[in-house]
Design a binder for this molecule. Sequence first.
Ligand SMILES: [Cu+2]
Length: 153
Amino acid sequence: MKKTIAMAAMLLAATAHAHVTLEQRSATAGSYQKLTFRVGHGCEGSATRAITVVLPEGVSTAKPMPKQGWKIDISPQKIRWTGGPLPDDFYDEFTMQVKLSQEAGKRYFKVVQTCMKGSMAWDQLPDGSGTKLKAPAPVLDVQPAEATSAHVH
Ligand SMILES: [Cu+2]
């Protein structure tokens, strides 16, 4: 029984450290923005062989950065990298540029991490209770463009 609890705690610690996250935390509405998705580990030890990022409403014109060893599929709603595989012991980044709409607010990017064995869905949104999510979707906080600086030439 004790052993089971210790194992569970270890698993929680292992999944809490990195996840799939977004390097950029905030951006300005209406701008072209670079997004860097960071992959800190595989699926419970298994190497990553694909990353799919779903573009939320208000995010468009995604242009991924070419990445050696990875094939990239572009569709209006999602970008998918296939390749690697990226071993669990390594870290990597997947980058794209997007156009943000004029609307401010939080943009959640649902990510599917596909591994040699199994997959992880980073797609949980905060429910308002403040509970720490096990697999949160990476988030970008889009700030309103300041009226004073928007038209400076
Ligand atoms: Cu993690």
